[in-house]
Design a protein around this ligand. Structure first.
Ligand code: TXA
Ligand code: MG
Length: 355
């Protein structure tokens, strides 16, 4: 049965098949009644509420401290439910859904009139996905309603990849969390605008532009938007500083050997100022390091593994009260694009290109 956190948030066990059905149906009841339940997906934990109930959805914004104009992703159990939320769905959307769902791809489509403005941040489009985690699918099936869910972190904090991360940010602010263990992908889904059948990546993720190109047999662009350009961002989420650790993060870019020498200089400079420095490195670069505070993400040629460990590294350094973080940069090939996108967001203006 569910345990209760000291602040009153229920913890359901979503890991063992023996208990899954009972725990999931309790969690589903909370959603149906308009409550907030955080649940695991293959990407990150989501903070779920009944997507078509504006009052329930508003509670999500309240619990997270999220700006009301930042729209939510609606999670559904099967692709066929897409037509209950969206209209004028292009055939390319069905092709992508058949190919990538359940999985880390979110499709932005024209919304149906009944989808509340509270859920879509006042936009006439709606973002939809079928998540690939068994506990998420079981919850969506048991609730039998579409579930709006942003990442289950306080706004501006790194997305949670474990139930402990969720409780750290939201205990006492949400009704329950379904603990499904650590998330596999570790960074949020690819958000793809497919309203006109022309794919535009609004946020890179585990489904890459090359994979989308291969499935649709047409070009797939990646939206670029400059923070201070004065233009309207293609996705409202882009204008907020996301994934920020508490300590300033310096991100290096460029040839690995040159990155390492710059890293050592920076490290010495900060340490001379009496600062506690945390390093986020690949296994290859870590062999040279004697720094006390070090997180190794994985091997440089395995961007999916590096990405899976990133948010945990940022949260780890928050807990260690590190003054400044220096992170190595990687190639943007394949999933490296999503990894570097999240690192750049965590760094803000502190990106050092060593060429
Ligand atoms: O992997 C994920 O996508 C996770 C899990 C829980 O599913 N969810 C997630 O949600 O990352 P959130 O709210 O943290 O990020 C959703 C992003 C935001 O950047 C938002 O602006 C964008 O999707 N988005 C949502 N609806 C949109 C729309 N109609 N048009 C453009 N962008 C949209
Ligand atoms: Mg988020």
């Amino acid at each position: 049965m569910a345990r209760k956190n000291s602040s009153g948030t229920l913890i359901f066990d979503g890991r063992t098949h023996a208990t899954l059905a009972g725990e999931v149906s309790e969690a589903a009841k909370i959603l149906i009644q308009g409550g907030l339940v955080a649940f695991p997906t293959e990407t990150v934990y989501g903070l779920g509420a009944a997507a078509l109930d504006p009052h329930a959805v508003k509670q999500i914004f309240h619990a997270k401290g999220r700006p009301m104009d930042n729209p939510l992703i609606i999670h559904i159990a099967k692709a066929s439910q897409m037509q209950t939320l969206a209209q004028n769905i292009p055939s390319a959307a069905w092709t992508l859904a058949a190919h990538f769902w359940p999985g880390p791809l979110t499709l932005v489509l024209r919304k149906q009139a009944h989808v509340p403005a509270a859920t879509t941040g006042g936009l006439d489009s709606v973002a939809i996905r079928v998540p690939a985690h068994p506990a998420a699918l079981a919850l969506l099936q048991a609730a039998a309603i579409p579930v709006a869910a942003p990442s289950a972190n306080l706004s501006g904090r790194p997305s949670p990849t474990t139930a402990a991360h969720v409780l750290h940010d939201l205990a006492g602010r949400i009704d329950a969390v379904l603990d499904g263990g650590p998330c596999d992908v570790g960074v949020e889904s690819t958000v793809l605008d497919i309203r006109d059948g022309k794919p535009i990546v609004l946020r890179p993720g585990a489904v890459t532009p090359a994979q989308i190109r291969a499935v649709l047999q047409r070009d797939c662009s990646v939206a670029t938007w400059l923070q201070d350009s004065g233009d309207k961002p293609p996705s409202p989420g882009l204008k907020y500083l996301h994934y920020a650790p508490q300590a300033p993060l310096y991100l290096l870019k460029g040839a690995p050997e040159r990155q390492l020498s710059t890293l050592e200089q920076l490290q010495q400079q900060f340490q001379a100022q009496g600062k506690r420095v945390g390093l986020i490195l690949s296994a290859e670069s870590a062999t040279h390091q004697k720094a006390a505070e070090l997180v190794v993400l994985g091997h440089r040629n395995q961007p999916a593994v590096l990405a899976a460990h990133l948010y945990d590294a940022l949260r780890y350094f928050d807990e260690r009260e590190i003054d400044v973080i220096i992170a190595e940069g990687y190639s943007t090939e394949g999933m490296g694009l999503a990894l570097m996108n999240r690192l750049e967001k965590a760094a803000g203006p502190r990106v050092i290109d060593v060429g």
